[in-house]
Write a protein that binds this ligand. Structure first.
Ligand code: ADP
Length: 258
C-alpha cells in the first residue's frame, strides 16, 4: 500500500495540495485492493474446475468406480468442467478487451426486435425445460437502433439466461417499447430476487449473491459486468430493480437511430 499521509497545516494552496495528495494516495490504495481481489478471484475461479478435472481424471485412471454408469458420470463432470473453463476464459478475455477499449464493435442500423427474437429462440428450450412461462410484449413498430447485432444478442441471452437460471417457477416477461426517442427493453422474472445490499454490486466482476448456487447453475460471475460494458459501448443504459422472493427486473434503453 501507498503509505502517504500528508499533514495539512493550513487552508491555503499548500493545504489543498496536501489534501489532493492524501486523496490520491487513498484512491490508489482502493484501486490496488480491487486489483488484488480481482486476481485472487480469477485464480480461485480457474483453480476450482482444474481441481475437479485432476481429481476425476485420477479416479478414472485408478479405476476407482463401481460401474460403467459411474464412469460415465465422472466423464460428464470432466466435460462440464472443461466447458466451464472455456466460458470463463472467453468471458475474461472479452472483459479485458472491453475495459481497455480494444473491442471492435460492428455498429450498424438494426432492428432490435429481430435480435431479441433470435436470443429468445436460443433460450426457449431452457424455459420449457424449467416449466416457466414466457410472455412477450413488443410495440407494433419499433424504430431501428445503432448497434452491433452480435453483441446486442449477447446482452439479451445473458440477461434471459440469468432470468431462467434464478427462477424456479412463474414467468419470464419481455417487453419492448418506444418512448422519448429511445427504445426500452424490460426483462423481468419471478425468481429468487436480489437482496438490496447486493443490488449496487451485481454489475461488478465476480460479485455473486450466492457463490455456490451461481456456480452450480453454471455461472461465472462475469455475465453482468460484460453486459453493462456492452450496453454502455452501444450508448445504452441498464438498471435493475429487485425484491427477494418476488423477482428481478432489468431495464435497458438505447437511443433511436437518427
Ligand atoms: P453469474 O454468472 O453468477 O450469474 P452474473 O454477473 O450474471 O453472474 O450475475 C451476478 C449475480 O447477480 C449472480 O450471481 C446472481 O446472484 C445475481 N443475479 C443476476 N441476475 C439475476 C436474476 N435474474 N435473479 C436473481 N439474481 C440474479
Amino acid at each position: 500500500n501507498l503509505d502517504i499521509q500528508v499533514s495539512i497545516p493550513s487552508n491555503d494552496e499548500i493545504g489543498s495540495l496536501g489534501k489532493a495528495i492524501n486523496d490520491l494516495a487513498q484512491e490508489t490504495n482502493r484501486y490496488r485492493t480491487k486489483r488484488r481481489e480481482f486476481f485472487a478471484n480469477i485464480s480461485h475461479e480457474l483453480r476450482t474446475p482444474i481441481s475437479y478435472l485432476k481429481g476425476y481424471a485420477q479416479v478414472l485412471k485408478q479405476g476407482l468406480y463401481q460401474s460403467e454408469e459411474e464412469k460415465l458420470q465422472y466423464l460428464n463432470i470432466i466435460e462440464d468442467e472443461t466447458d466451464r473453463l472455456v466460458i470463463l476464459i472467453n468471458d475474461l478475455f472479452d472483459l479485458s478487451k472491453m475495459e481497455e477499449g480494444k473491442i471492435d464493435l460492428q455498429m450498424s442500423t438494426i432492428d432490435l426486435t429481430e435480435v431479441l427474437e433470435s436470443a429468445l429462440f436460443k433460450v426457449k428450450m431452457e424455459i420449457e425445460k424449467k416449466g416457466l412461462t414466457l410472455k412477450i410484449q413488443v410495440d407494433e413498430s419499433v424504430p431501428h437502433i445503432e448497434a452491433d447485432g452480435i453483441r446486442l444478442e449477447q446482452i439479451f441471452t445473458n440477461l434471459l439466461g440469468n432470468a431462467i437460471r434464478y427462477t424456479e417457477k412463474g414467468s419470464v416477461v419481455v417487453k419492448v417499447w418506444n418512448a422519448d426517442k429511445k427504445i426500452h427493453i424490460m426483462i423481468e422474472d419471478t425468481g429468487i430476487g436480489i437482496p438490496e445490499k447486493d443490488l449496487p454490486l451485481i454489475f461488478d466482476r465476480f460479485h455473486r449473491v450466492e457463490k455456490s448456487r451461481s456456480r452450480e447453475l453454471g455461472g461465472t460471475g462475469l455475465g453482468l459486468a460484460i453486459v453493462k460494458n456492452l450496453v454502455e459501448l452501444q450508448n445504452g443504459t441498464i438498471s435493475v430493480n429487485s425484491q427477494v422472493g418476488k423477482g428481478t427486473r432489468f431495464q435497458l434503453s438505447f437511443p433511436v437511430a437518427e
